[in-house]
Design a protein around this ligand. Sequence first.
Ligand code: URA
Length: 243
Amino acid sequence: MERLQKVMAQAGIASRRKSEELIVSGKVKVNGVVVTELGTRVSSTDQVEVEGIPIVKEDNVYYLLYKPRGVISTANDEKGRKTVVDFFPHIEERIYPVGRLDYDTSGVIILTNDGDFSYLMTHPKFEIKKKYIAKVKGIPSRENLRKLERGIELEDGMTAPATVKMQSMDKKTQTAIVEITIHEGRNRQVRRMFDAIGCPVDSLKREEFAILSTRGLNAGEARELTVHEVKQLRVLAETGKIG
Ligand code: URA
């Protein structure tokens, strides 16, 4: 028996949180009866309907895409721009991106139809680490790098502690390359953090997402995650340790 919202998320209906909203608002039926109780558990033989449509359990699929710049990380774009899902024309399952990367940011992004897994990867309480390589204008001082590490005040509050490392600097062009690892996923967070120290980001790449990296892929290429990687990522979110 599984919680109803988990079954819905796993079927790719919506995230666990969105699924809870659907339940509470009376849009979900189990065996023909409206259920608004969040604790409800269902088994594989129970018939679940969302807004009158029976949910069909698809096999869960997990992909890693090395997102190029100039691609939007939503499933659809009303402006008709290329999306991360467009890189998977051959996939039958309805996959969507786990979290987001800005249009101009490149790097690792996971796509899946497993809403429950997506929740584990994106909710800040699970502290999944993401490593970014930022090319910035100006050369950040040690003190400013320390500020980024300790936490810096942004308009939506203090950032959580981060790991920051200067990779290289070019005094002639007054640019630097800085590695920064964060576990939050606020909108344009890395760009805003560097803006806050007066060194705007010129280009940004997410080089690592927990145990995953762009290694072995060119921008625009994708691969399936292995069963072991999916398991490791789940364990990492649930226990904070790699299994
Ligand atoms: N931080 C940003 O500023 N942009 C991203 O795409 C990801 C993290």
